[in-house]
Design a protein around this ligand. Structure first.
Ligand code: ZN
Ligand code: ZN
Ligand code: FE
Length: 761
């Protein structure tokens, strides 16, 4: 029989997810000789054997990868056969090619889970148990290729039992880089806020008891610290709110398992699947009425963010505490997540009563991801743990490496290189020094992981974003400003492998327009390098600019002044009754005189303004609070809508929503309920948007449609518009990349990459 040789290259997330042992087993089963190794581009196999065996081997590689792997590409070339008689796994080799395949952190697998609850097992109750199918990855990696010496586990020397597992190909822990056990691995330490070590026996049990007694505990997890308290105890939750200075923003809740999840929330099958997915994100779900959760977990909010345990430490703790706990990021509001032991005592000392520390260093801080089911499918709203640093394939590719610096709020950055884009972890709002530093560090680290020196820098047009300032200060000569909504649309295009043209509907709160005004109700026809602004929403003056966003009654007032020509029945509207008459007067004067009242086209501002008016909620305590309340109140069965007009006399066309505003006021005065008004408001926006898309298609043909921008986190709007257009267009929503500004950097990278490519061609 003729012996052939074949080199097979695997690209994608293939390191640290159990690929090499699995490849070893496949090769052995097919009777192949040769070798497999990790390199900084992925995995390379050299296989020798009969043609049939090699073909079967490749087919099995393509179709049956381990669950956490994400194979993006398999290439194979003939090589000359060698005389070797066995198959082996060889030491990693570094190459200079610029691609990475560091896996994301993986939630505890079922085999590890049974070990930690088995009193006979040597890993019984060991909180750092992991194997090739699960455990820390991205958060502990210091460098590529992904091997133990290049992780924070380098500090621990495996005991002989662990070493044996690590070396035996048949073992589940064969080459599991963070492999550890109670004898040789990381350990827990219980501490007081003052830094004194406490000996209270089993530290996890001690924490469980403290939580049940109402304490707030800082818990070192996978990507940093969490603050934890009993989610069923009102006082504990209130205490945490006060200490963390977080007044109304909802807390995430960890539950032991799906059974407990169903007790506190009404879950669809898709939501259950998402909770249990490899990524284990926080899933926004509908809170079950009358459930055991303290109302302060998510005040005035029918939704609750749930997550399941994703490390052995969480599993053990949830078992011991036996009730849902608040699991919120370990920081003071607005600051980045604390992740080092030392800084944490300092930063969280005033918040937590007890600290559960450990000595496995977190190299890269990583928040929990947040996702929601929209139109029956998962949409990532905050992209971090579990998803980062998975590559996003960009079919047109990058001629030169691009660094995109993202936006201001919910910042992420993105590096585009080769045929993929790497979105960095959620950094947060870039408005304080701590967060800004974390942004800089995070970029430097990702450049190192990818072995990339960016040649092109992409940034948002807003001159005051810190990410823009950062971009402009970078040494690279090529800098490309990308319009905010074009970036949103390009981000959605990239997710679906489109290079355009598309009809993009980009609705959000705000984004700098090329005319210097704030955009955000945009319908564009876009390609990856250009866009045409087809239509926008009628602008609203924001009295006091950002102040109007925190005090949405000002937006309500602006809408009324516009719709009623200054003769709105303000005295009859409840939202204004709480506003001091002098403030009301000042704002009316500002609006009338166009003083400090910049124009804003953002669809999100209509949610703020009308929501504030109808729900009589003059203030917004955190971004999107009123808009969210306005969304969730909508009656799902109401099908009617209000009026609108589209003015096509000039470009861009404008959508005039004043007829809707007037009808809303009449309804409100007639005592129509907010559920009906909200539903009709949503239906109006859906109808007007569909109208715009059809009109754009008349001019530009029936292109694919993408829905993007923060407003499409709203299922009623997203599902409504997608349904409305489904029979005439191919409609794409986001899935793995956030529709909001957390996904912006991907679009910036794609647009700048396309512009640079064309300039060089
Ligand atoms: Zn495992
Ligand atoms: Zn060990
Ligand atoms: Fe935006």
């Amino acid at each position: 029989m003729r012996r052939l040789g074949r080199r097979i290259e695997l690209r994608g997330v293939v390191q640290g997810v159990g690929c090499r042992p699995w490849i070893y087993r496949l090769a052995s089963e097919e009777g192949l000789a040769g070798r497999v190794r990790n390199d900084s581009t992925g995995i390379t196999i050299e296989a020798f054997g009969s043609e049939d065996a090699i073909d079967v081997f490749i087919r099995r590689l393509e179709t049956s990868m381990p669950p956490a792997a994400d194979l993006r590409e398999l290439r194979s070339y003939p090589i000359s056969p060698e005389c070797v008689d066995s198959f082996s796994i060889v030491q990693s080799r570094e190459t200079t090619e610029r691609r990475v395949s560091i896996p994301p952190d993986l939630a505890t697998c079922s085999s590890c889970l049974s070990e930690i609850f088995d009193p006979e097992d040597r890993r019984y109750r060991y909180p750092f148990t992991n194997c090739t199918d699960c455990g820390p990855r991205f958060t502990i990696v210091r460098d590529v290729p992904y091997d133990r010496p290049a992780t924070t586990m380098a500090a621990f020397r495996m005991c002989s039992a662990c070493q044996r597992e690590y070396e035996r190909v048949e073992d589940r822990r064969f080459h599991a880089q963070p492999n550890a056990c109670p004898v040789c691995g990381p350990q827990l330490v219980l501490m007081t806020p003052g830094g004194n070590v406490l000996d209270r026996g089993d530290p996890i049990m001690a924490v469980a008891l403290a939580l049940r007694a109402g304490d707030v505990v800082a818990l070192r997890g996978l990507g940093g610290f969490h603050l934890v308290c009993d989610a069923t105890a009102r006082e504990a939750v209130q205490r945490l709110r006060v200490r963390k200075r977080r007044d109304e923003k909802p807390f995430a809740v960890m539950v032991k398992d799906l059974v407990d999840a169903r007790e506190v929330a009404v879950l669809t099958r898709e939501e259950q699947r998402l909770l249990e997915s490899v990524e284990h994100p926080i899933v926004l779900t509908r809170r079950r009425e009358g459930c055991a959760l303290a109302p302060d977990v998510a005040p005035d909010n029918p939704l609750v963010g749930l997550l399941l345990p994703y490390t052995p430490l969480h599993h053990l703790l949830m078992h011991d505490v036996a009730r849902p706990v608040v699991m919120t990021s370990g920081n003071m509001s607005e600051e980045p997540l604390a992740y080092r032991n030392g800084e944490t005592l300092e930063r969280l000392g005033g918040i937590a009563d007890l600290f559960l520390m450990h000595d496995r260093e977190v190299e890269t801080r990583c928040d929990d991801s947040v996702a929601r089911i929209i139109a029956g499918r998962p949409v990532v709203l905050r992209r971090a743990r579990g998803y980062v640093p998975r590559a996003i394939a960009v079919p047109a590719g990058f001629h030169a490496p691009v660094l995109a610096c993202g936006g201001l709020l919910k910042n992420t950055f993105c590096i585009g290189t080769g045929d993929a884009a790497y979105l960095g972890p959620h950094i947060g709002d870039l408005d304080n020094l701590e967060t800004y530093r974390s942004f800089e560090e995070s970029i430097a680290r990702m450049e190192r992981f990818l072995r990339v020196t960016p040649k092109v820098i992409a940034y948002d047009l807003h001159p005051e974003y810190l990410s823009t300032t950062y971009a402009l200060a970078r040494p690279e000569p090529v800098k490309i400003g990308v319009q905010h909504h074009h970036a949103h649309i390009a981000s959605a295009m990239a997710e679906h492998g489109l290079i355009g043209p598309v009809i993009g509907v980009a609705y959000d709160g705000t984004g700098y327009g090329t005319d210097g005004t704030s955009w955000g109700g945009e319908v564009m026809v876009a390609r990856d390098d250009t866009f045409e602004r087809v239509a926008t929403l009628r602008a609203i003056p924001l009295a006091g600019a950002d102040a109007a966003i925190r005090h949405p009654w000002r937006i309500a007032l602006a809408l009324l002044e516009d719709a009623f020509d200054g003769r709105a029945p303000l005295d009859d509207l409840q939202v204004f009754s709480a506003i001091p008459p002098r403030d009301l007067l000042v704002v009316r004067q500002m609006l009338a005189a166009h003083v400090r009242s910049p124009l804003a086209h953002g669809a999100g501002r209509y949610f703020d303004g009308i929501g504030s008016l109808v729900l009589a909620r003059p203030e917004s305590r955190y971004e999107g609070q009123v808009a969210l309340a306005w969304n969730v109140v909508a009656d799902p069965t109401e099908e009617r809508r209000y009026g609108y007009e589209i003015d096509r006399r000039q470009s861009p066309w404008t959508v005039d929503l004043r007829p809707m505003v007037r009808e809303v006021v009449h309804h409100l005065l007639a005592g129509v309920g907010s559920a009906i008004i909200s539903a009709r408001f949503h239906n109006t926006l859906v109808a007007a948007s569909a109208h715009l898309v059809r009109a754009a298609a008349e001019v530009h043909s029936a292109l694919p449609v993408v829905l993007t921008g923060g407003c499409f986190q709203n299922p009623r709007l997203a599902e409504g518009l997608a349904d409305e257009l489904a029979s005439e267009f191919t409609v794409h929503l986001h899935s793995r990349v956030p529709p909001g500004d957390g996904g912006l950097a991907l679009g910036q990278a794609v647009v700048a990459g396309a512009i640079a490519r064309r300039a060089m061609a």
